[in-house]
Structures are given as structure tokens and as C-alpha cells.
Design a protein around this ligand. Structure first.
Ligand SMILES: [Zn+2]
Ligand SMILES: [Zn+2]
Length: 308
């Protein structure tokens, strides 16, 4: 299949998903916030189940503030658990949780987005706050991360899973035929500002191999893992600045250069496609904020554009 046909296919797929996502029963989370207050503690999921972390967001809310359903669904929990009032609402395969809350709804109640479900109780933060969580199965998600948590119809979810399985298969096969197929996620979503290959080096003013692509992104843009994998190394050096390498199936590695400060992940840590691993910076030999992405297949440089 030609690259154009593949591209057209993915464009149509995205258009179709957006169309479905626009249906009334599939509004994004975040369109209704359960309480109006600002985030006082962000989403910071632990690397492993047994490590401490913060599996939701805390929204400032004085005790007594009315708590509203973030999306329509059915109440599956409305009780005091370990001294803390908890409400859970099921939305298809997603669940939102709200605590500490004095519930005004009962198990089995059907609620619409924005319906009151109770009031904030004391106990989670000084001055009062609502802990708001989102789960799919056993996985915690960022309840304010609008992209991955659209309530899609089951058919679209199945289609997205199929696409993910195809990408995983292409990766496992060494991705030789992956040209332009989106096997890798563009980690910052930016256009390629400098392609792979020989170029006149902006700092050294000589022709050198540009061993990757530069992706346009402003300082502080989240850098996302290009595919599922395991962190191979996190390091600093004078050329790459803060450098991260992730190993994927099929002998492929992705290398991220010039990030701000430290990456958010550690060596040996498993990462998911799309997981935020760090933030765009300009450390090392870099003249302005951007992400330099290198890909290697079995240790040999390959053009990342083949996989994006
Ligand atoms: Zn919390
Ligand atoms: Zn570069």
C-alpha cells in the first residue's frame, strides 16, 4: 500500500473518530468539572502499584461545596469507606470517583453531566478539596487529560484497540514496513523542522549527519513516549543535554534529547505510548527549545520519519 493511501486512511479514521466523539453521549471529561476550584495537587501516578503517588487530582473546594457529576452515568458506589465518603459513577468502561463527599445520590441512580451528587467533606487537604479520580478497569487515568478520556462508543473503542494492536504488531516485526504508518506517536506533536540526514550543522558550521529529526515544540511542551516500552537509560551529556532512551518491541529504540531538567521516568521503568516522560527544553548543543528524536533499529540509525 502506498504511503498516501495509508495517510488518507488514517486521516479518514481520525475524522470518523472525531465525528463519533462529537455525539452528545460522548462529550469529553473536563467539559464539566465536579467543583469550580483550581487544581491544588496534580495527577502523579506511581510507577508501580506499591509506590506512593497521587492517582487523581485535588481540586480546591471548601467543605460544603456542591460536587457535580463530570459526565453522565450510573452511580455504583455511594458509601463511607475507611471513614471517608466516596461516590463512584460508571460511564461505559470508565469510572469517575469523588472523595471525601457526603453523597446525595444512591447506588443505581442515573445522573447527567453537571448533576449534583453530594457535598465536599473535610479530610483530604487543609482548607478543603475534592479528590477526583478516573479509572478504566484497573488503570488510573488523568481525569483532566481530555484527549485519552473521551467517552467513545464501544465500536470506536474497538477500532482504536485494533489500530493499537496493528502498531504493536508492526513494532514487534521490526517495523520494516512501517513507513509513515504512525507506528510511533510524534512525542510532541510538532512538525519536523530539520530532517534526518546530512545537514549543515547550526552550531559547528560544518556538514554532519543529523542522526534524527528535530520536532518543533515550545519550551515546556510535554514529551510523550512514542510507543510502549521500557526506559533503557536516563542521562546527561554536553551534546544531547538531558537524554532519554526507551527500548521497544522488535529491537527499536527511541532517543529523546535536549529536555528540561530531569525526565519524569527512571531506568527500568515501563512506559505506555503517550505517557508524559519529560518536558521540552534546550539543554546540550541546542540553540532553541525543540525535541531531537533519534530512532535505532537493532542499534543502527534509522530515519524516525519512517515510523511517525
Ligand atoms: Zn488527592
Ligand atoms: Zn537534532
Amino acid at each position: 500500500m502506498s504511503r498516501t493511501v495509508v495517510r488518507l486512511g488514517s486521516v479518514l479514521m481520525v475524522a470518523w473518530l472525531l465525528l463519533l466523539a462529537g455525539a452528545p453521549e460522548s462529550r469529553a471529561f473536563g467539559s464539566v468539572r465536579p467543583v469550580p476550584g483550581p487544581v491544588v495537587r496534580g495527577y502523579d501516578p506511581p510507577a508501580n502499584d506499591w509506590l506512593p503517588g497521587h492517582r487523581g487530582v485535588d481540586l480546591a473546594a471548601p467543605v460544603g461545596t456542591v460536587v457535580r457529576a463530570a459526565a453522565s452515568g450510573r452511580v455504583s458506589v455511594a458509601q463511607v469507606i475507611a471513614g471517608r465518603g466516596v461516590v463512584t459513577i460508571v460511564h461505559g468502561e470508565l469510572r469517575t470517583t469523588y472523595e471525601p463527599v457526603r453523597a446525595s445520590v444512591r447506588v443505581g441512580d442515573q445522573v447527567a453531566a453537571g448533576d449534583p451528587i453530594g457535598t465536599v467533606e473535610a479530610g483530604h487537604c487543609d482548607g478543603g478539596c475534592l479528590h477526583f479520580g478516573l479509572k478504566r478497569g484497573d488503570d488510573y487515568l488523568d481525569p483532566l487529560g481530555a484527549v485519552q478520556v473521551r467517552l467513545l462508543p464501544a465500536s470506536a473503542v474497538a477500532q482504536a484497540r485494533k489500530l493499537a494492536a496493528e502498531r504493536a504488531a508492526a513494532l514487534a516485526a521490526g517495523a520494516a514496513e512501517a513507513s509513515g504508518s504512525g507506528v510511533l506517536l510524534n512525542p510532541v506533536g510538532g512538525r519536523i523542522s530539520s530532517p534526518f540526514g546530512r545537514r549543515f550543522h547550526p552550531i559547528f558550521h560544518e556538514w554532519r549527519l543529523h542522526a534524527g529529526v528535530d520536532l518543533r515544540a515550545s519550551c515546556g511542551t510535554p514529551i510523550r513516549a512514542a510507543a510502549d516500552g521500557v526506559v533503557q537509560s536516563v542521562s546527561y551529556d554536553s551534546s544531547g543535554g538531558h537524554r532519554l532512551i526507551i527500548a521497544h518491541a522488535g529491537g527499536l529504540t527511541t532517543h529523546y534529547l535536549h529536555a528540561q531538567k530531569r525526565y519524569r521516568v527512571r531506568r527500568g521503568q515501563k512506559v505506555k505510548r503517550g505517557q508524559v516522560v519529560g518536558f521540552v527544553g534546550s539543554t546540550g548543543w541546542s540553540t532553541a527549545c525543540h525535541l531531537h528524536l533519534t530512532t535505532k533499529l537493532n542499534g543502527r540509525l534509522v530515519d524516525p520519519a519512517r515510523y511517525l
